[in-house]
Each structure stands twice: as C-alpha cells, then as structure tokens.
Design a protein. Structure first.
Length: 337
C-alpha cells in the first residue's frame, strides 16, 4: 500500500517508517523538523532510513532515500493548507498514519500556541485531506494523557475522559472527537491509538528514559517528581510499532464500525523508583536523587487496558523492562558517546 507517515523524523514515526519500508509498502514520510528538541537527532534518525542532506532539509521538496527505493520524505507543516492538500492530490495515499503533533505535557504550559497550531489546526487539515482524497484508513496518535486524574484502573476506552489536566491532553482528546465526527459524517475509516509511556532507542531528550539515564550516567541530580510515588505503563518502542503495523495491515471491514479507539500499552505499570533502580543496576551507578513535588499537568498513574487491541489485532507486547532498558542504554552509549 501507499502510506503517508506524518511525524516521520520523530521517535515513533521514524521507527514506523523503517518497519513499513521493510514490509515493502511505499512510504512517504513528512515532518516539519521543528526545534522543540534537537534537530540534529531528528536528522540523524532520517539518515538511518537514507534521507540525507548536506544542509538543513528544505521545505516542500521531495527527498528520496539512498537506502530504500520505496521511501521518500517531505519537510512540511501539517497545518499548511496549500501544500498538504497538493501532496495528497499528487500521491494518492491508501493509508495515513498521523503521528505529527506538538508533544510534551510540560511544554504545553509554556507555549500553548504550538499545540493549537499543530494538534488542532494541523489535525483538522489532515482530516480534510483524508476526506477529500479518498484515503482508505486514517490511523492517528492519541495519548494516555486524556485520562487525566482518572482513579479507575486499568484505563479503558469506555471511561469518561472529559477532564484533561493539561493543554496537551485537551488537544489529544479534541483529536478523538474531531476524528469521530469526520468518520460519522463522511464514512471515513479512522482508528485512534492512545499511546502509553513509550521508551526505547532514538527516544526524545525530554522523555523520562533519557533524563534518567543521562543524569545517572553523568552523576547529575536526578529530579524525581512526587517523591517517586508515580507509576507508568512503560511500553517499549518495538511493541508500539508492532501494534501500529497490525492496524495498518488490516483494513477495517465494511461491517465493522468505521471509527475505533484503542489503548496501546504494556498493560503492566511499574513504579518510577523501580524503573530508576533498573537503570542504576545496568549502568552500575547510583542516582543522585532530588525528590520533588508533583508537577502541574502530571498524573500519579497510567495503566492501559489493551485487551480490545489484543482481541481485534492479536496485539502482544513482548519486551519487559529489563530488556527494554538494556536496549535503550546500548543505543544511548553508542549515540551520545
């Protein structure tokens, strides 16, 4: 199939593109390569899939992979109402995987405009393009953050999620509602995936895994929020991507509801201090822990009920924390050293 992956220079998007091209799909990646975090890291991810440029990659120009004949890349903003529809018109995608978004709960307190532009205006533009150019299936990234301070665990897609506690969460919940409306009005097959605490090689430098490993390895103070009284459903990147691939490779049947929403996580939360201890053990260094209060917009626990995804797509998360941390640290040392 011909597949568009937005957010292709991002953490999950890069891994998804790499897997899709190896399954012989024709893949076009799209990303605006903004400076929310290291642009060098984003460009290095793209180099891994054969997209190289002597200077910064130009906007609205097609770059063909030197490694995969079935992969190409565009630098483009998803909120671009001129060039994004033109791309859809020319390329005629079968499937769209929208992973492009302004990420980060804490950054949404500092720069709300970025979340409105990308996560709301940009997502509306994606929906319009999918409607107008007969995309067979839109798969998009939502987030466990939509559950807010939900006390019922594990979190189920049947739970009420109308009290987000960060702007990032509010935009992700808005995406779900917008997607449902387009699916209902225009008979558009849409699947939303609520990701739970993804970690692994090539992860963002603002994510917990990097912050913990970097602080411990370099003997820097490690900020531990809510004094470590937090639990997260840490899910390794390979398990996340395999779940997305299962959805990509099984188009919704006509008799199945056109709009679907799933949790995608390990479904096995781990205490934050235990996660830190695993990193300490594998690095052979004790962290200089700095106990902190709870942060605005943060939640005490995440825990995915992924049973519906398991039932419908045979989703089976396989990577345990010990293995996942080892794989991340091996990459971290090779990349940053």
């Amino acid at each position: 199939m011909k597949i568009l992956v937005t957010g292709a220079a991002g953490f999950i998007g890069f891994h998804l593109c790499e897997k899709l091209v190896k399954q012989n799909h024709e893949v076009i990646g799209l990303d605006n390569i903004n400076d929310y975090y290291s642009q060098e890291l984003k460009l290095d991810r793209l180099k891994e899939v054969g997209i190289e440029s002597e200077d910064m990659i130009d906007f609205n120009k097609k770059y063909n992979s030197s490694l995969y004949c079935n992969f190409s890349f565009f630098r483009l903003n998803i909120e671009d109402r001129k060039n994004l529809p033109e791309l859809f018109k020319i390329e005629k995608f079968d499937i769209v995987c929208n992973l492009a978004a302004q990420a980060g709960v804490r950054y949404s307190l500092e720069n709300p405009e970025a979340y409105i532009d990308s996560n709301l205006v940009g997502f509306a533009n994606i929906l319009e393009c999918c409607k107008n150019y007969e995309v067979k299936h839109l798969i998009y990234a939502s987030s466990s953050s939509v559950y807010g301070q939900n006390k019922k665990v594990p979190f189920s897609t049947e739970d009420r999620v109308d009290q987000p506690i960060s702007l990032y969460a509010a935009t992700k919940r808005s995406n779900e509602i917008m997607a449902y409306t387009y699916s209902h009005l225009y008979d558009l097959p849409v699947t939303g995936l609520r990701f739970f605490t993804v970690y692994g090689p090539w992860g963002r430098p603002d994510m917990a895994m990097f912050l913990f490993a970097n602080a411990i390895k370099n003997a820097k103070p490690l900020k531990v929020f809510n004094e470590g009284k937090l639990e997260r459903d840490f899910t390794f990147i390979d398990d996340i991507v395999n779940g997305i691939l299962a959805v990509v490779n099984k188009l919704p049947a006509s008799e199945v509801a056109k709009y679907r929403l799933y949790n995608i996580g390990k479904s096995k939360p781990i205490n934050l201090l235990n996660f830190i201890e695993e990193i300490e053990d594998q690095l052979g260094v004790k962290a200089k822990r700095q106990m902190m209060a709870m942060q605005p917009g943060d939640v005490e626990q995440t825990w995915a009920d992924s049973a519906p995804l398991m039932a419908d797509y045979d989703y089976q998360p396989m990577v345990e924390v010990k293995e996942g941390v080892a794989k991340y640290l091996a990459w971290y040392k090779s990349y940053y050293d």
